[in-house]
Design a protein around this ligand. Structure first.
Ligand code: GLN
Length: 195
């Protein structure tokens, strides 16, 4: 299985590093053009700035092919800005106009709802099906999942709050496993996508 990382903006190198560590000898593909997307069987959408990534997706000609791959059921793991771009609905928030979204995750989200950069934090996340201790959640200007629709399932929580959902083969996380040095979530996703 060939795995790609959308490489337009954001914490791309961190995802590439995690994937290279988990599957040595199978280099992950940075995806910046439609031809590169066509090569991969699964995709990671990094954290970053969702409005910038949305603009670059349109400028690079990747928006429509990515929308098609999502419809076809490609496995995708999206973190933070990635989750925002996949949400069914974005609520108006403090951070100005929202980007367009793919609607592949049946969730309602508000951007930057935990506060500004200086209010970023780390805290334990309980993930269903993850062996070992709670996951170290890194939250940076994180989106809040306000509600989960009937087509999506919550599978990661911080206290009572949902911070990770899945909808078919698409996963969305409000936090950044690629910045935690803990690759258990990447591994869980890869193991399922490889099945
Ligand atoms: N606040 C960013 C946005 O709205 C997301 C932050 C992140 O990916 N760490 O796009």
């Amino acid at each position: 299985m060939k795995v790609g990382v959308l490489a337009l903006q954001g914490d791309v190198p961190e995802h590439l590093r995690a994937l290279a560590a988990l599957r040595p000898g199978r280099a992950p593909v940075p995806v910046g053009r439609p031809e590169e997307l066509a090569e991969v069987d699964a995709l990671f959408l990094p954290g970053g700035e969702s409005t910038t990534i949305a603009r670059l997706l349109q400028e690079s000609g990747l928006w429509r092919p990515l929308a098609r791959r999502l419809e076809e059921g490609m496995p995708v793991l999206a973190t933070c800005a990635g989750l925002i771009l996949l949400a069914r609905q974005l609520e108006p928030g403090p951070s100005g106009p929202n980007p367009p979204t793919f609607g592949a995750l049946d969730v309602r989200v508000r951007r930057n709802d935990y506060g500004a950069q200086r209010e970023s934090f780390e805290g334990p996340v309980e993930v269903d099906g993850l062996p070992g201790p709670p996951f170290p959640g890194v939250f940076i200007r994180a989106p809040r999942i306000l509600s989960v629709g009937p087509k999506a399932t919550a599978f990661a929580r911080r206290g009572a709050e949902v911070v990770g959902v899945r909808h078919g083969r698409v996963w969305g996380l409000a936090f950044h496993p690629e910045l935690s040095g803990d690759w258990r979530l990447h591994e869980l996703f890869l193991a399922e996508a490889e099945r």
